[in-house]
Design a protein around this ligand. Structure first.
Ligand SMILES: [Zn+2]
Length: 49
């Protein structure tokens, strides 16, 4: 388990384990410091209102 993160620059995704290794919140691939947290892709249906 763990959340997924997405880099705001290179748009690669990585999990929180990789993120934790680095000091601060940075992309482990390109070092960009704007990271979006995205939900773990679970199979969940959402009804449209
Ligand atoms: Zn990146």
């Amino acid at each position: 388990m763990g959340d997924l993160f997405r880099c705001g620059k290179c748009w690669k995704t990585f999990d929180s384990d990789k993120l934790r290794v680095l000091p601060g919140v940075r992309c482990p691939y390109c070092g960009y410091n704007i990271i979006y947290m995205i939900r773990k892709p679970t199979i969940k249906a959402v009804k449209a209102i």
